[in-house]
Design a protein around this ligand. Structure first.
Ligand SMILES: NC(=O)c1ccc[n+]([C@@H]2O[C@H](COP(=O)([O-])OP(=O)(O)OC[C@H]3O[C@@H](n4cnc5c(N)ncnc54)[C@H](O)[C@@H]3O)[C@@H](O)[C@H]2O)c1
Length: 336
């Protein structure tokens, strides 16, 4: 009989983080099934050894059929919309996809073999925070995107009692960088991520950097964030999944390195790698909080975990290298 314990469904597996989680799990011999509607995901990012099912998490019939057909034991739920500014304007779109989609997934897991669920939440559920935040901090989502993550977390907790699965809620801080394999990285440009924007500019003759707001109550007026390399984050997913399936206790973990960098800090490092950078100051973006970085005590203790890629210059370089490769692919100088 086949060992189905390693069968894992990754919703949003054709996206940036999902492709890194898939790559790692496949390298460690897990059987990966990717469920994605490709709204911001890319076929190029889908690992050839994964089984791809093109579908929407809002499609209950297709999702429950997929979970049954492939004897799914674990789910890593990453599918969501994540543009913070857009969410402020299109609340219904974000509620239906992020909260409605999560509810649909949980219902689809009912009467299935699913025993473990890992959910990609966000540090934005804490809202405005001064200094480092730990997992016990009261949740005060400020943006609408954060509200959809907050609501989804609550659904996951509630349904764990009904469906009897083990769960992990991972609250990611700012994810950046690209895999050492050189095969995957961030493609989607609509999310407004600083490191992605910098990488795109790094491929231009006259790099132009937009800074959204320089009047926040921070040391230099720009927003402070905690940047985690996507490969370290993928490693956390694998280890957390193993641990919840063994220990059968739920866990909520912050995923960051515990160090805050302002936008200007990052640009200063960027300028050491890329020359002739011009900066433009623009208005604040709706939904952005001033300052947030992670307390990593629980993450390190729970997993006995050490990061491998927590050098901000390395994070930037890996993202820039990926961007240069993307450009060559676009110009058809190399094959994907
Ligand atoms: N990137 C970050 O810094 C960050 C930080 C905190 C949390 N997150 C969360 O991590 C997850 C992955 O984000 P990412 O950065 O990889 O973004 P991404 O856009 O690359 O990945 C999201 C994936 O979900 C898919 N998707 C969206 N709606 C879907 C639907 N209804 N049905 C099926 N597939 C759908 C998209 O096609 C895409 O492949 C998201 O839930 C996001 O909220 C990301």
């Amino acid at each position: 009989m086949k060992n189905t314990n390693l069968n894992v469904l990754i919703t949003g597996g054709a996206g940036y983080i999902g492709s890194h989680v898939s790559e790692l799990l496949i390298n460690k011999n897990w059987k990966v099934f990717i469920y994605d509607n490709l709204v911001t995901g890319y076929e190029k990012l889908i690992n050839k050894k994964a089984k791809f099912i093109k579908g929407d998490i809002k499609d209950f019939k297709k999702l429950s059929q997929t979970i049954k057909d492939y004897n799914i034991i674990s789910v890593i739920h990453l599918a969501a919309y994540l543009n913070i500014s857009e969410a402020e304007k299109k609340k219904r779109k974000y509620f239906v996809n992020n909260v409605g989609g999560t509810l649909n997934l949980l219902k689809a897991c009912k009467n299935s073999f699913v025993k473990n669920l890992v959910f990609s939440s966000s540090c934005s559920v804490y809202g405005n925070a001064e200094g480092s935040v730990n997992e016990k901090q009261k949740l005060k989502p400020k943006s609408y995107y954060a509200f959809t993550k907050f609501k989804s977390e609550n659904l996951i907790k509630k349904y764990s009692k009904i469906n009897k699965y083990n769960y992990a809620i991972l609250r990611y801080f700012n994810v950046a960088g690209a895999s050492m394999s050189g095969k995957i990285g961030e493609i989607e440009t609509s999310h407004g991520h600083l490191v992605k924007n910098l990488s795109i500019q790094a491929t231009k003759k006259k790099p132009l950097i937009n800074i959204y707001g320089n009047n926040y109550k921070t040391k230099d007026g720009t927003c402070i964030r905690d940047y985690i390399h996507v490969s370290d984050l993928a490693d956390i997913h694998m280890k957390v999944l193993k641990k919840i399936s063994e220990e059968k206790n739920p866990i909520i973990l912050n995923c960051g390195y515990g160090k805050g960098y302002s936008v200007l800090d990052i640009i200063k490092i960027f300028k050491k790698i890329v020359k002739n950078v011009e900066i433009i100051y623009l208005n604040r973006r709706p939904g952005d909080v001033a300052k947030i970085y992670s307390n990593t005590y629980k993450l390190k203790k729970y997993l006995n975990w050490k990061p491998k890629f927590n050098n901000i210059k390395y994070i930037l370089i890996s993202a820039i290298n990926w961007e240069k490769k993307l450009l060559k692919i676009k110009k058809k100088k190399i094959k994907y």
